[in-house]
Each structure stands twice: as structure tokens, then as C-alpha cells.
Design a binder for this molecule. Structure first.
Ligand code: BG6
Length: 496
């Protein structure tokens, strides 16, 4: 997965692959998968003989399909699209019409792929209710061989029971080594950099536990509201949509023990141990541990934004949350007494994802004249946008007239400055390449999904018992006031 020196780029697809996208005309495919394939093509990271097969249930000629892909690339590749690259990609592509519920129709795919000889990846970019039928269809058409891999998009269920059901259906046909569950946050450059930061720098081999860390904050704030995604989102809510997957993954990377290496299960086993050590939230403590919010009308960057309930397709009676803040306790040796505060929401003041490691204050202050109480150090890992790492520390202000005067200063490493020549690859580009190469480390193991749901269910159950509406917050803010109170109760405050 990762090269052992800094200069080589060996992450090129080594064997040809038949990369099949089920739901090729859907939103995820158009916005993320096709543009990522374009970038891989451009970077010549695809094997010359790799083929891309688009599957959908619409009557479409091959020509019409290619025209559609061309148009979508123009819309969703965030740079000027080069015709030569597009045509190179299109030359690999083929459209196959399948009604996904009809096993006999999968024979059509058999003519386009060759899982006996080549790696055969099936990307399920469709609703989870179709995962089972696709598995059956592939099996029916004789397309399940040791070379077959399946990629599952989230959501894998809406609670533990339904995720077990989905995983069981897939497991009837594929063993765990063939299943790649995507969480696109694991493909993000800066999320991966958490591994580098923690395990490639000796200063963090010691300063990473309850001895030195007071608490950790993880924020994933989005500026966008729900827009046209109301139908999907209202069934899910922010806890299922963001916490169960993305925030849990960031949390596990920050909290896990050092893995033995970066191979598939080493990393995943360590993450799993963290998930298993999460203290359950109960009906008794939920009001002190979790804040649930929903945005009302407000302003973002000076523009008026409607409330969640007034968004297109909205239902005025919905109590679905668009914001969650949680105090998480990890019951293990390393993190005893160190709370992790998670916060995520839609329609917030700005788009910002970051991890803030707050160190403990020093036991004794010899700079009393300058600072009554010395502020503790902070390590701020900016995941997006403006990726980078900052350390907030105290330094002496230069000068001889004053007594020794201290000032808070930032050591600031901006990735865009430090690595100005490198293009930051999109998360899906990396993940597509990883699955083509058969590396599972950046995908979620079944046990992780289920452990994570078990913990999320404890919150959902406690909410159901409490039966309280979400707390309102104005669009364009940092969430409900109760979120500030969540930390204030512990005499702490959010990094703003
Ligand atoms: C998706 C969620 O998984 O992640 C969306 O379903 C959310 O609701 C998105 O907007 C955020 O991803 P990113 O990469 O923009 O941070």
C-alpha cells in the first residue's frame, strides 16, 4: 500500500482489471467514480489492459452511454478536461444493461468480463437493498471466482440488525477477503497522514496518551445544508450519515495502538479494539453526553439559508438531527480519563474538519509574571480544507526591556506550501486503485461496521427513550448552545 521511500510512486495498477460499476448513471458514480477514473487515466495509473464496465437498468446504446460519460466528466472533473485523456478512458468503457433484480440478465455481463483470468471488481454504487440481488446475479452468471472483489458503499444498514442482514447476504457469496467496504474518509490524504504523524515521528510515540493529553476534539463541519438530498438524509440523520462511519474512523486512527505494519488486518484489528472499548451511552447519561441539533433559518457567507424543515422536499414535522456533538469515553489503558469530543453538522459556519489534541497544562508555572496560568499546548491537524498541521506553543517575545514575556505562537505546516508540487489526489482515486490491487487496509472490516453500529444503536435507543426534539441552531453557526455547554460542563471549550 505504501512505498518505503519518499520519492517513488509505485502505486500503479500492476495487473489488468475488469472494473464494473453497478449504478454507473447514479449520483455517486457521476460525481466521484467516473472523475476518479479520469484522474487515474490521466496519471497513467491504470493498467493498459484494464476495462471499465458500466451497468445500469436503462436502455442505452453504447454510443449514448459514452456521450453521457463525456458530459458528466465535463461537469464533475474539477479542472479543464483533456479530450485525449477522456477518449483514452472511453476506449476502455462498455455499457451493459441489467435489471439488477433479474439474475438471468447477469449473463450479459459475462460477455464483457473475464474473472477466470483477470481481477474482476464489482463496485456496488447502488442502494444497499440491491447488494443481495447483485451478489446472487453474479453467482448465477458464474462470475464469482477467487479473482472477484466487491466494493460496498455506505450506508451498510441503519442499525446493527440491518447491517448484519446485509453483511450476511454478501457473505453467502463472498468471503471477507473479497469484500471492500468503502469509507471515503480513509482515502483522504490528510486522514492517512494521521498514520504518518503518529507512527513516523518519534515525538508522538510518547506524547499520545492519558499522561500528556487532556482531551481530544474531532470536528467535521459542513457548510452545505441538505439541499436536494432531503429524502435520503431524513431517513438517516447526522449520526448515521457521518458519525457511524467518518467520525468513527478518524477517532479510531487517532486512538488506536500502533499496528504491527500497514497490511490489511494489522490496521483494522487495532481500529476494532478501539471501537470495542467505547463506553456505551445510555438513557441515563445521554443528556450529559450527547447533543442533537437541527438547523433553523440563518445566513451562510451573507446569503440566507432556509431551515432544514423548509428545504426542498422537506417535511415540517421531521425531528431528524442535522448536528451531533458527543462526549466519547474510551475504556482502555491509554485513554483512561481522556474524553474525545466529536462534533459534526450540516449548514454550519464554515467547512472545516480537524482533530485537535489538547495537551495537559504544566504542573508548575515559573512564568507567573507573564502568564497567570500557562495555556497548554495544542496540536491541530487540519483535515480539510487548507490541509496541514499546527502546534500552538508559547515562545519568548524578543526584547531585553521587558521581563521574560511569553506569547502564544503557531508552528504551522501548510501542506499546500510544503508540498506545492504534489497534486492532492481525491479519496476515491486512491481507494479505487487500492481495490484494484487487492489491498484491504483502507477498507472497513465487517467487525468494524458492526461494532460501530452497536455503539451508535446505544445512542439511537437512548434518544428514542428520551423522545425529545432536536435543539435548534441557526444555519451558519457552530451548532446549538447545548454543544458549548457539553464542554463547559467539563470546564473545556471548543476550538473555534
Ligand atoms: C458523505 C455523507 O458520506 O460524506 C454526506 O453522506 C456528506 O452527507 C459527505 O456531505 C461529506 O464528505 P466530504 O468528503 O465532503 O467531507
Amino acid at each position: 500500500m505504501i512505498s518505503d521511500n519518499t520519492s517513488c510512486n509505485v502505486n500503479v495498477e500492476r495487473t489488468p482489471c475488469d472494473f464494473t460499476i453497478f449504478g454507473v448513471l447514479g449520483d455517486l458514480s457521476q460525481r466521484n467514480l467516473l472523475p476518479s477514473l479520469y484522474q487515474l487515466e490521466k496519471a497513467t495509473l491504470l493498467h493498459p489492459e484494464t476495462r471499465v464496465i458500466g451497468v445500469a437498468r436503462h436502455e442505452l446504446s453504447q454510443e449514448a452511454f459514452l456521450t453521457e460519460v463525456r458530459t458528466k466528466l465535463q461537469t464533475f472533473v474539477h479542472e479543464e478536461v483533456e479530450a485525449v485523456i477522456t477518449e483514452r478512458l472511453l476506449a476502455r468503457m462498455r455499457y451493459v444493461l441489467i435489471n439488477l433484480d433479474a439474475p438471468e440478465e447477469y449473463k450479459r455481463l459475462a460477455g464483457a468480463v473475464n474473472p477466470q483470468q483477470r481481477v474482476f471488481v464489482s463496485y456496488f454504487s447502488v442502494a444497499p437493498s440491491l447488494f443481495g440481488p447483485i451478489c446472487t446475479g453474479l453467482e448465477h452468471a458464474g462470475l464469482v471466482t477467487p479473482n472477484t472483489r466487491v466494493v460496498l458503499e455506505k450506508p451498510i444498514g441503519r442499525n446493527l440488525a440491518s447491517s448484519i442482514e446485509i453483511n450476511d447476504l454478501v457473505a453467502k457469496v463472498f468471503n471477507e477477503k473479497q469484500v471492500y467496504r468503502i469509507d471515503h474518509y480513509l482515502g483522504k490524504e490528510t486522514v492517512m497522514n494521521l498514520l504518518a504523524l503518529r507512527f513516523a515521528n518519534s515525538i508522538f510515540t510518547t506524547n499520545w496518551d492519558h499522561n500528556t493529553i487532556d482531551h481530544v476534539q474531532i470536528t467535521v463541519a459542513e457548510e452545505v445544508g441538505i439541499g436536494s438530498r432531503w429524502g435520503y438524509f431524513d431517513q438517516a440523520g447526522q449520526l448515521r450519515d457521518m458519525v457511524q462511519n467518518h467520525l468513527m474512523q478518524i477517532l479510531t486512527l487517532v486512538a488506536m495502538e500502533p499496528p504491527v505494519n500497514l497490511h490489511d488486518d494489522s490496521l483494522r484489528n487495532e481500529k476494532l479494539k478501539v471501537l470495542k472499548a467505547l463506553r456505551p451511552i445510555t438513557a441515563k447519561n445521554i443528556d450529559k453526553r450527547v447533543v442533537r441539533g437541527q438547523y433553523g433559518p440563518g445566513f451562510i457567507k451573507g446569503k440566507p439559508v432556509p431551515s432544514y424543515l423548509d428545504e426542498k422536499g422537506g417535511n415540517i414535522t421531521s425531528t431528524t438531527e442535522t448536528f451531533v456533538a458527543i462526549r466519547v469515553d474510551i475504556d482502555n489503558w491509554r485513554w483512561a480519563g481522556v474524553p474525545f469530543y466529536l462534533r459534526t453538522g450540516k449548514a454550519m459556519a464554515c467547512k472545516r474538519s480537524e482533530v485537535v489534541i489538547n495537551y495537559k497544562p504544566l504542573p508548575h508555572n515559573i512564568f507567573y509574571d507573564s502568564y497567570r496560568s500557562l495555556p497548554a499546548n495544542k496540536l491541530i491537524i487540519r483535515l480539510q480544507p487548507d490541509e496541514g498541521v499546527e502546534i500552538e506553543m508559547l515562545n519568548k517575545v524578543p526584547g531585553i526591556s521587558d521581563c521574560l514575556r511569553l506569547q502564544r505562537t503557531m508552528l504551522d505546516l501548510s501542506f499546500s506550501e510544503a508540498f506545492s508540487k504534489e497534486r492532492i489526489a481525491g479519496a476515491y482515486e486512491r481507494l479505487i486503485l487500492e481495490v484494484m490491487q487487492g489491498n484491504q487496509a483502507l477498507f472497513i472490516h465487517r467487525d468494524e461496521v458492526e461494532s460501530s453500529w452497536l455503539w451508535i444503536d446505544s445512542i439511537q435507543d437512548a434518544w428514542a427513550k428520551a423522545n425529545e426534539p432536536p435543539k435548534p441552531y441557526p444555519a451558519g453557526s457552530w451548532g446549538p448552545v447545548a454543544s458549548v455547554a457539553l464542554l463547559a460542563r467539563d470546564e473545556r471549550e471548543w476550538e473555534e
